[in-house]
Design a protein around this ligand. Structure first.
Ligand SMILES: C[S@@+](CC[C@H](N)C(=O)[O-])C[C@H]1O[C@@H](n2cnc3c(N)ncnc32)[C@H](O)[C@@H]1O
Length: 407
């Protein structure tokens, strides 16, 4: 029997029409709009691929499932052709919401250029919106970088970024270079908005037997999650968070070695300069508080949020909040300094967002929002203002950024 022979395993939706029904049922239960037939085709192909992977091992860690759901070549959420970001997509990020974000971030970048090479590396550039807004503003300020590098894992998004650049700033096309991996020794400014939360993570649950790790299986009803105590989950329990004993049974938590590895290689790659990372997240103590028993996992589909990651395979985004304490410690172990850690609201305010508001009043509305609404979403605590944090890191860098000034 070949290893790919699935006869020993329950049949998972071999039939396209069964799969359609399953998706319809998921949409009804979660009160989500139904995807079109072409989207179901892609999801069906991905479901077959994932079930083959499960056949090899009987179950796969949640992080492997998420890797496939988001990044399986040609089929995953970020690798297939559907439109994800912005008002027409599944969720709106700060650059998609308002040009105020890029204009303000450009101020920090110019400050950093005083102390490092005028070179930018953007990680996970999405639609390319932030790249265009930054380049446009830096051109106004006569500080266009020597090179604007982009590292993007999705071939499909890379193409969109190239198209947007060509359409909006054709005279700057030669400034932008796409990389396949991190440079060996980078000097300049590295930025990333909502990239870390798109890196796969594990699900852990406190059970009567201790901390257990989430694995994905499947049966004729679709994918399912089950928890087992493993060396990995025992290792996490041994790290002995202050709050572990206070967690109730059933407490869910997300952890990610991949995010840690990502930070390690990022800081190895930085020789001199600084890094500005913006993402949903918390310091560890707050993230693992006993008052957050359901964890922070979120799925996004057509501007709606829910927390059922096994549904709508490949058609929805899957994220969880970032553990900034762990990432900052990893960065420090790689010899980097902490430039600052603050909320998006404070960072943008101290970086001078106000100066751009008056100019922006005359411009068109974006995503159907007026400038006042854009500002509110960027700054209000319950919106992006407090939930998104900004971590600044540096190496061999003597500058400071006004966004991280203490008040
Ligand atoms: C949530 S989107 C954010 C896009 C954009 N930065 C924005 O704010 O609109 C996440 C982006 O990160 C990319 N991505 C995910 N993991 C990555 C990695 N390890 N390296 C580079 N890009 C990555 C995704 O393909 C996507 O472009």
């Amino acid at each position: 029997m070949s290893v790919m022979d699935s006869s020993r395993f329950p049949t998972f939706c071999c039939d396209r029409s069964d799969y359609q029904q399953l998706i319809e049922e998921q949409c009804r239960t979660l009160e989500l709009p139904e995807p079109n037939s072409a989207a179901v085709d892609v999801s069906f192909a991905l479901a077959q691929k994932v079930s083959e992977l499960i056949n090899l091992k009987q179950k796969i860690p949640f992080s492997d499932f998420m890797q496939q759901a988001l990044y399986a070549p040609g089929l995953g959420y970020y690798s297939a052709g559907s439109y994800k970001l912005g008002a027409q997509g599944d969720f709106v990020t700060a650059p998609e919401l308002s040009p105020l974000f890029g204009k303000t971030l450009a101020q920090s970048i110019m400050q950093a250029f005083e102390h490092t090479q005028p070179v930018i590396l953007e990680l996970g550039a999405g639609s390319g919106r932030l790249m265009c807004d930054l380049l446009r503003q830096l051109e106004v300020e006569e500080r266009v970088p020597e090179t604007y590098y982009i590292l993007e894992v999705s071939a499909e998004l890379r193409q969109r970024q190239q198209q947007l650049l060509k359409a909006e700033l054709p005279h700057l096309v030669t400034k932008v270079v796409w990389l396949d991996k991190l440079p060996q020794s980078f000097k300049g400014v590295i930025i990333g908005n909502e990239v870390i939360d798109a890196i796969p993570f594990e699900l852990l649950m406190k059970t009567e037997h201790g901390l257990a790790q989430g694995f994905v299986k499947y049966n004729e009803r679709g994918f399912s999650l089950e928890f087992h105590v493993t060396d990995y989950s025992r290792g996490w329990q041994k790290r002995n968070f202050n709050s572990y004993s206070m967690w109730p049974e059933g407490y869910l938590v997300e952890t990610s070695e991949l995010r840690n590895d990502w930070m390690r290689t990022l800081m190895e790659s930085l020789e001199q300069g600084c890094v500005i990372l913006l993402d949903y997240g918390y310091e560890q103590e707050e993230l693992y508080s006993p008052y957050r028993p359901q964890g922070t996992l979120q799925c996004y589909y057509r501007q709606r949020k829910h927390s059922t990651p096994l549904a709508l395979l490949g058609l929805q985004d899957i994220t969880c909040s970032v553990n900034f304490t762990q990432l900052a410690e990893t960065a420090q172990q790689q010899g980097s300094d902490i430039l600052g850690f603050t909320s998006q609201a404070l960072f943008l305010t101290l970086s001078g967002i106000e100066q751009f508001v008056a100019q922006a009043q005359d411009s068109d509305t974006i995503a159907g929002l007026s400038v006042a609404q854009q500002l509110q979403t960027l700054l209000m605590p319950a919106e992006m203002g407090q939930t998104i944090k900004v971590l600044g890191l540096s190496k061999n860098f003597s500058g400071t950024l006004s966004g991280f000034k203490s008040l």
